[in-house]
Write a protein that binds this ligand. Structure first.
Ligand SMILES: [Zn+2]
Length: 313
């Protein structure tokens, strides 16, 4: 039984912090984007309401957050706890008495918010490597466990169309960029698209011998260290940090049965968040997670989530 964190939520301390952080950044109208937003009373649920002086529209503090139109929002913070503990939707449903289909949408709105937190710039020694996951077309809402058992193997050996490539790049300050880039090996164009504008200063790119990495380094006139064969780590240039990141990611993802490929990036985003912060499951950590989730714009409706299609570039 988890200790309920509802009081933390009821105290309004979370939205208080979210609103303050938004105010510091220049609180913008969700409709017209102007920053002439003023307080405009409270809702019957005691939520802050805002009014935009430019377009005259009003909105509440939950607008464009995963808590918009969320009934039972007092249970939401307890669900965060279930999520980071890796509990299934059904177990979470029993734990906090919210239907598991509702929790499915809660989960994916949280992941959609977190997927907006990603490294914008990598500096110094940057390790880059890709890792692969079996493609899964599993239906959106779980009705039974995945037909392909956890850790199942691809029908074809080696790299096939069933393997989805996830690109990870990480500098020694632990700034980490993650991206699900689609089937097969990364092309030079996709590496350029995703990494080209994130390469900061004094870069030494450490990678394996994949041609795309070589071309990326060449195009940006940066030094490259190429790992060849199984030779042992020598000095500071290696891709061991990224390889151990891949292992931690895969181990952590195992707790969720058969993740549908279209939701994979969201789960990686949650892992990345927890991994970076050395998350400790304390009340303070969960509050920080809640604030970070609510800071990101999520306007997807339940239908958007369920019918999501991913197109890879
Ligand atoms: Zn406006």
């Amino acid at each position: 039984m988890i200790t309920t964190l509802t009081p933390l939520f009821e105290s309004k301390s979370i939205f208080h912090e979210v609103n303050e952080r938004k105010a510091n950044k220049g609180f913008r109208c969700i409709y017209c984007g102007m920053d002439e937003v003023v307080h405009f009373g409270k809702t019957t649920q005691d939520r802050q309401r805002y009014k935009c002086k430019c377009c005259d529209k009003t909105f509440t503090e939950t607008a464009d957050t995963p808590l918009y139109h969320c009934r039972k929002s007092e249970k939401w913070i307890d669900f965060l706890s279930c999520l980071i503990d890796g509990m299934s939707l059904r177990d979470s449903a029993k734990e906090i008495s919210v239907h598991y289909v509702t929790l499915f949408y809660w989960r994916h709105k949280i992941l959609t918010a977190l997927a907006q937190i990603n490294a914008e710039e990598l500096n110094g020694i940057v390790e880059v490597d890709e890792t692969y996951f079996l493609e899964s077309q599993k239906g959106a809402i779980p009705t039974h466990r995945s037909s392909r058992k956890r850790g199942g193997s691809a029908k074809k050996r080696g790299l096939s169309t069933e393997q989805i490539c996830v690109l990870i790049a990480r500098d020694r300050e632990k700034n980490t960029f993650y991206k699900v880039i689609g089937r097969g090996k990364p092309t030079k164009d996709s590496l350029e698209l995703h990494l080209g504008n994130r390469l900061g200063t004094d870069i030494v790119l450490c990678s394996d011998a994949l041609r795309g990495y070589k071309l990326l380094a060449k195009n940006h006139h940066i030094q490259q260290y190429v790992k060849t064969g199984e030779k042992r780590v020598k000095g500071i240039y290696h891709i061991q940090n990224i390889n151990s990141y891949h292992s931690r990611l895969k181990r952590w993802l195992n707790r969720f049965y058969g993740i549908s490929t279209k939701y994979l990036e969201g789960y990686i985003a949650l892992f990345n968040y927890l991994d970076q912060l050395r998350f400790d499951d304390s009340e303070r950590s969960i509050k920080e997670l809640a604030v970070d989730v609510l800071m990101n714009k999520v306007s997807d409706t339940n239908n958007d989530i369920r019918l999501r299609q991913v197109e890879y570039v």
